[in-house]
Structure formats: C-alpha cells, structure tokens
Design a binder for this molecule. Sequence first.
Ligand code: CA
Length: 513
Amino acid sequence: MTLPKFLRASIALGVGWLLLVAAATAAEPSRPNVIVILADDVGYGDLGCYGATKIKTPHLDALAEGGLRFTDAHSPAAVCTPTRYALLTGQYAFRHPPGSRILSGVAPLGIPLDRPTLPKLLGDAGYATGAVGKWHLGLGDRETNYNAEINPGPREVGFQYSFLIPATGDRTPCVYVENGRVVGYDPHDPIRVDYQQKVGDDPTGLENPELLTNQKPSHGHNNTIVNGISRIGWMSGGQAARWKDEEMADTITQKAVRFIDDQAAQPFFLYFATHDAHVPRCPHPRFRGQSEHGLRGDAIVELDWCVGEILTALARHKLTDNTLVMFTSDNGGVMDDGYLDGTQHDASGHRCNGALRGFKGGLYEGGHRVPLIVRWPRKVPAGKTSAELISHVDLFATLAAVVGQTLPEGGAPDSFDCSAALFSQRPARPCRESLLHQAGNPNWLAVRQRNWKYIPPAPGNGRTSAGPELYDLSVDPAETKNVAQNHPETVQELTTLLSQLRQAARTRPIPSE
Ligand code: CA
C-alpha cells in the first residue's frame, strides 16, 4: 500500500520532530542544584578577585576563576532587610512597607503569605529548599514569641528546612532558631525580647560598661550584654541557648554543609546567608590576624573559609559540575557600624568599596554595587567578567528560566530574566535597561538607566549635594562629577522615569499573548 505523498511527508516530519525532541532531551543537562550565598555588608572592594590586596580570599577567587564575575551587579537596597525581601520575592521592597526597612528581632514576618517566592517556585519544581544563616525578614504573625513554635516563618514562604539567626548579630535575641524552635530552649528559662524597654535583670552596655569584655559600642548598640557585647534590643532568659559570636560562622557553615549532605541525591536550593562582615565582627580566634585589615578583614577571611567549605562539600558529592553557585552581598561595605572594633582607626589603606563612593545605607554606588560571582561549570563561562546591569531582584525570574519554571501570575513583578547574561559574557541584549536603588529609607530612591545614574534632591544619606545629582557611570563609576547642570533634559527624563517606576505595580513588562 502506498501512502499519499502528503501523508508520507507528514509522517517523516513527525518522526523527525520526535527524534529532535528526544535528542534535545538527552542533551539537556539535568536541572542544576542552586546555592545562593548572600554575604553581609561585604563591599565591592573586599575580595581579592575584585582588587583587594589586604585581605586574601582564595576560595572566592577560585570561584570567580571557575565562573562569571559581574562588575555592575546591585543589591536592590543599601541595607539588609529590603534587599533580602526583594531577592526572595522579585518585588522591590519599597512596594511592601513591612519588608522595606531594617526590622527588629521581634518584628512579624515581612513577606505576605500569598506572595510568590523564589523558594516556593523551586520547591514547586521539585527542589529541596533550605535557608541557613541570617534571616532578618521577621518571624511570626505579630510580635515574635520565642517560647513556642514560631510561625509563620521560612517554612510558610517556601523553605522546607531552616536554621536561622533571627535578625542580625548585633540584635537580640542572640539565639538560633531551627525549623521554628529556639535551639537549646529551656522552658524553665523563658526568653523575653523587647525593643522599647529593658526586660529582666541582664546588664546593659549603658548601665554596666565595665562588663563589656568583648567589644564596646561606638554608637547605639548599648542594650543587653550577651557574650561580653551589648546589642540593639533587650533580652532576658534563654541563657543556655545564647550564641557565642566567635562560633557563629562554624555553626551556620556546619548546618549548610549538612543540608547539602542530606539533599545531595536530589535537586536542592540552599540559601546560605552568612553573617560576616556584619557587626559585631567576631571571627573565630583561628582567623584573627589573618588579614591586614583588622577584625573586619579577618571576618572576610572567615567568610572565604565558609565558602570553601561549601565548595568542598559539593566536590565531595561530585556535584560541582551541575550546581549553580551564586555569591553576592546584601549591600555595600561599611567601616564603623556601631562597635569600637578597630575599623575606625584602620590604616591599612583597604577600601571596602574599592574606588566607589559611599557606604552601606546610601544611594551612591558604594552602598549597593556589590560583588556577584556565578559559577555553573556546565553552562556558565569560566574565568570571565560581565558588565551586565543586574540586581538581586532578578534572581527570581532568572532562576525560573534556568530551571524551566513559569513565573506565577502576578509574581516577581520587578524581576527580569537575566539567564542569557549568565550563559554568555556578552548577551545579544541587556536584560534590563533601568533599575531602582533604595537607600536605608524606602522613600529614598535613585534610578539607573543604561550609563546614567540619577539621585533626586533629598536630604541625608551621606550626600553632599542638596540638588539633583546625575552621573555618567560609563566614564565616572566613582561618581566624582555631578553633571546634572550639563544635562537638564536627562535629569528631566530620569525624574519622570523614577516616578513611573516607583508608582507602577510592576516594572517587568507582561509578555504579550
Ligand atoms: Ca547587610
């Protein structure tokens, strides 16, 4: 029997298509494990691979050698909480006030439970998900009660496992929370935490400065003393659960490595939010004196060790090749951040933000342009640098593309798919043309469009000018020359753009049907 010609052609086409699909499926590597290492207050100039000479960071330098190092990557905000909110939700934090400011240690969860999150997306894709380290996104549905199971928290926003520093190292409570429970909790020694007034009888830095055996505050930070250091906020109880700052990096790294060990047989997503080099800077004694930049530099050497432990664990499980490791920082560097730890007298010549102007908390580049290294040996070019404009807020859409998940409706409204920028040093098109930067205060925003950076007139933030500021970052990344007066039309255009982006519910266009 002879089949009609058109039918034979159709069958041949169909078979050919099936073969193509089968070949593509066979060639497609399995989805990568994903590890996001989010360092704290590590600036653009703090790593060897970004030009530091006073601090040795061999593990991070090796990570960069094996991957792509970005030179124009930004934290969505210049302080912790809003950056973390934006990273996990793909939404600028200023759109959601509870996630837009630095939170206390008793603040409720700052992420709405119905908001799509990166861990939910990856969990839906079959990933085991874990958060280890600094949280600082609030816990519970009202003031956090550390004497019972704490929820909502990481589990409710998509992390199946969590081991947390609840807020920051310099804030109470100074205890770890694992899967919603205080580690080492003693019901006979209940924990009270307050940010308005003193609770219990514990000495404070203000009343008992003679008991400050570790480091003394330079400003603020003079409430309850724990481990010889006074903190922001008061606490009482939980004596057996209190952490030793010097052991924090070891503790969280051990938990992160254990998560990798436990999940090595399946795809996993680990969000490892390290504490170094946030204050109080208390590296383990074995790291003291290991840099030429005092305790702050030693803390970064400790951070580098933590990264090395993660990479070693991957190698041990033969997962290096198919794990996407991303290293970055939640905001720019800062020197004196509340404790007399020697940093204020640092004479090493080290510049935590390299040649950039400004520090953590501010709108100049030093506040938010951060290191970003991405290594995935199977797909990401090795030993290259990329000048792509990219932000942590883009992780959501980018990782969705990497693992082949569709973005949830209404989800990640400010997140752009920058996966092409991971796979090629010079992608055909930039993944985004513009970007908003948030200072410590969510009302203070700056806008970036291609080479232009515009900071509107606003008080504070370490700014020296009361008027509008415009910089051409292509020739002046250190923001030394305000050219607003020379380009009034650009100032006008960016004033309008900033206002539009701020007021819009989303900045990633909805794809046309
Ligand atoms: Ca930070």
